[in-house]
Design a protein around this ligand. Structure first.
Ligand SMILES: Cc1cc2nc3c(=O)[nH]c(=O)nc-3n(C[C@H](O)[C@H](O)[C@H](O)COP(=O)(O)OP(=O)(O)OC[C@H]3O[C@@H](n4cnc5c(N)ncnc54)[C@H](O)[C@@H]3O)c2cc1C
Length: 424
């Protein structure tokens, strides 16, 4: 993504800690590959647990999805809690849900402990884009209250939606006070400073070219040095194919695009989203949006199943925004950018280990919060064993069908079918 246009996040980013290219060989307890939320949070937790850690980032910290996403902190997994219980039974389903929602506590704990200035705001609203989505939401809210003991959510009636978001076309929704939004790149940079202070060796412009287990050691080769470690953590998400193509088949990269309007001024911005919550709607190809601290609308909408970005990203996303907010038809758009969302076949994160190599990817659009949890669970598994890691690692996953050549075309066909259902 190094050639993609500058994002509003890059334009408003805090300085990153020094992280020179790796030059020379190194011997550490743990080598971490990937400078996104997964890799940096794992490296930080490992250093806090007393391990020597070296992190390799192919480009720059935040070059992947962690520095480009919508900043929506969404509680739980992509499955409804009731679906988790139906599929895995009460004990395992509830344990998964309970663990997944702690992701938000872990993000907030990091923000507080390291004093990370990332514009965190509470509140996330899931808006019903069709009338038939409302009864399902009502059932889920009752299940969350009565069975899961999760009382942060409230069902919002159609007539009350305007108190949260001033847009037509929503039939109600679920407000989750435990969710929220933040400036993702500044959160990541804050984590990187904390990792640096905890003793993690950070190396940008240092792609890992090869990883091998030799006896009880892991050997990672880069262009300018070899790292030998007892354990490795792979936090490469959509870049997994560059180092472990076999694992990459368990997730597919879907391109997604965001825009930032010109600053709207506080009053106009608040008139669009009075609750200042993160909003995501229930369409299959969803719209998701929120206000920035400098009163812009940050809007994501539309998906592209080819890796090539549209020539004009603002032109690609703008129609989705004006369908939600017609009053913004003539507003200036200062930034447009995109990135790859790693999506697994069943939409649950793919976590596991092979010998001394741990990995987590395929968060399916909910990685802003889940990555801090996944990174820390891998660190706990390495440092002291973790039942939380085991719970995720037990989840069943299959690679996308179709083999190397047909996998992507088959996936695109499937996605287009569901995208079409949004329009009927
Ligand atoms: C446009 C967009 C909007 C999104 N919106 C949201 C949202 O609102 N809410 C939400 O929850 N999720 C959202 N997501 C998803 C979320 O951003 C991701 O799930 C999350 O950031 C993944 O973090 P990560 O650290 O695992 O991967 P990444 O942030 O992608 O980091 C992986 C890093 O690994 C590096 N790397 C890869 N291969 C190698 C190698 N061989 N050697 C060294 N380094 C390597 C890459 O350069 C990259 O920096 C969005 C994603 C995108 C693209």
């Amino acid at each position: 993504m190094s050639n993609s246009p500058q994002s509003w996040y890059q334009a408003s980013a805090h300085p990153t800690p020094a992280a020179p290219r790796l030059d020379g060989d190194a011997r550490v307890d743990v080598v971490v590959i990937g400078g996104g939320f997964t890799g940096i949070s794992s490296a930080l937790a490992l250093a806090e647990a007393g391990r020597s850690v070296l992190l390799l980032e192919a480009e720059t910290i935040g070059a992947g999805a962690s520095g480009r996403n919508g900043g929506q902190l969404i509680a739980g997994l992509r499955w409804d809690a009731s679906a988790l219980v139906d599929r895995f039974g009460m004990a395992q389903g509830k344990a998964l849900f309970d663990l997944a929602v702690t992701a938000l506590d872990r993000v907030r704990a990091r923000i507080t402990r390291h004093d990370i200035n990332c514009d965190y705001r509470p509140g996330q609203f899931y808006a019903a884009a069709r009338p038939d989505h409302v009864p399902k939401m009502a059932k889920e809210v009752a299940f969350l209250h009565n069975v899961m003991g999760y009382d942060h959510v409230k069902l919002i009636a159609r007539d009350d939606v305007h108190r949260i978001v001033n847009a037509d076309g929503y039939y109600g929704g679920i407000m989750d006070r435990n969710g929220g939004h933040f400036h993702p790149l500044n959160y990541l940079i804050g984590l990187a400073h904390a990792a640096d202070a905890a003793g993690v060796r950070l190396h940008q412009h240092s792609p890992a070219r090869n990883i091998q287990q030799q006896g009880d050691k892991v050997i990672v080769t880069t262009d300018h040095g070899i790292v030998t470690a007892d354990h490795a953590v792979l936090g490469c998400d959509s870049g997994m194919g560059s180092i472990r193509p076999d694992l990459a088949h368990f997730a597919m990269a879907v391109m997604n695009y965001n825009i930032a309007t010109e600053p709207l001024g506080e009053d106009r911005a608040r008139s669009l989203i009075p609750a200042n919550a993160a909003i995501a709607d229930s369409r299959f190809v969803l719209n998701y949006y929120r206000l920035s601290a400098d009163h812009r609308l940050i809007f994501g909408g539309g998906e592209k199943y080819s890796p090539r970005p549209p020539k004009d990203i603002p032109g690609f996303v703008r129609p989705h925004m004006t369908r939600v907010f017609p009053s913004l038809e003539n507003i200036g758009i200062d930034f447009g950018w995109g990135g790859a969302v790693g999506v697994s076949l069943n939409r649950l994160p793919v976590m596991g280990r092979e010998g001394n190599i741990f990995y987590a990817h395929g968060y399916s659009g909910q990685g802003a919060a889940l990555t801090t949890l996944a990174g820390e669970l891998m660190a706990e598994a390495i440092a002291s064993g973790s039942t939380g890691f085991d719970l995720f690692a037990q989840l069943p996953h299959r690679p996308f069908p179709g083999g190397r050549l047909l996998r992507h075309p088959l996936y695109v066909l499937g996605m287009l079918y569901y995208a079409l259902r949004d329009r009927i």
